[in-house]
Design a protein around this ligand. Sequence first.
Ligand SMILES: NC(=O)c1ccc[n+]([C@@H]2O[C@H](COP(=O)([O-])OP(=O)(O)OC[C@H]3O[C@@H](n4cnc5c(N)ncnc54)[C@H](OP(=O)(O)O)[C@@H]3O)[C@@H](O)[C@H]2O)c1
Length: 360
Amino acid sequence: MTDCTSLWINRKDITKTKQVTFQVGDLADGQILVAIDKFGLTANNVSYAVTGDSIGYWQFYPAEGSWGIVPVWGCATVTTSKCGDIPVGDRLWGYFPMASHAVLTPGNIRADYFIDIVEHRRQLPMVYNQFRRTKAEPEFLQRMENERCLLFPLFMTSYLIYDYLIDNDFFGAQQVVIGSVSSKTGFGLAQMLRNDKQISQSIIGVTSPRNVEFVKNLGCCDQVVPYQNEAQIDPLLPTAYIDMSGDARLTINLHNHVGENIVESCMVGASHWQEGGKVGDLPGARPRFFFAPGQIEKRNKEWGPGVAMARAMIASAEVAERVAADINIEWVYGADSLADHWARLLDNQIAPSQGLMVVL
Ligand SMILES: NC(=O)c1ccc[n+]([C@@H]2O[C@H](COP(=O)([O-])OP(=O)(O)OC[C@H]3O[C@@H](n4cnc5c(N)ncnc54)[C@H](OP(=O)(O)O)[C@@H]3O)[C@@H](O)[C@H]2O)c1
């Protein structure tokens, strides 16, 4: 029998947590048990909790009553297998529960991936149900486990936004304004735009005053603007606004300042999870939600299945190598410390240069 430790989050009040340990029962035929030995923790996981009911993130690993389990991106090893095609010792990267172990039901098994075909996941976006079998992947990826847990899920989204902008000729924009640019998703996008010599649009990052230096040091923005100083942005240029903050005040200020020259307004995230709210009618393009799996599906049809994800993976590896010296990995051990870091994350006490990696 294996003890599984997990941290549950109250769905109605995500500041409340409880540690839960239970014994994993016998596996059914076709199932595997995996030990999740590490996972990344960022504002993205907070957003999974904030939008858990509206988007469905609580449904991947159901808990009980008013409690939910936040999904995390991590690495795991198969410790028990009742699935003939997945041996004990297989190494996986994917979308796991915030827990020490998980039971999965592999299907569509290939050398380098499988899909969890458990009934309750079938209606959920495919991108989250795929697990990479990393031993069959190129060696450079196998060497980047920490980066894959902490950075790749965010940089892959950065790539999809970068691709979305190119796909739409930047909607005619001459500048791209990135809200909450000190986030990994935010500066990942800025880096990809900066590294592409075909792109002439200027890149403007908006961030907290205390994070301005961090962003400037990354060297990926033409202009870094502290919050409340949006008037420094040129309102005369057609502008694409890509927002990771979900901060209603910022969206309202920027739309009112740039007016009809906001040609695209793309809501990617909600790192300022307490500052949301209705923005009402605003001048310029209507803000719309960006859902990464949507762009993947579009490109799968146009480029062939898996091509967009493969390109996103390579772009992520490039940016991860570029920013390696700017992110310090901090290891978080055990459920007590995880609960403490969850609270600090909610309270904006984690610096953008800190990369939290958790071992339960
Ligand atoms: N739609 C999608 O498919 C998709 C995919 C990936 C990520 N995202 C979203 O992108 C956003 C960024 O995620 P990430 O994991 O890249 O973030 P991250 O690296 O953990 O972001 C850290 C930054 O976010 C801001 N922040 C973090 N916690 C905060 C808090 N409690 N209050 C106010 N600001 C806070 C601060 O930036 P500033 O000072 O610069 O504001 C901080 O430097 C998330 O909302 C995430 O859900 C969306």
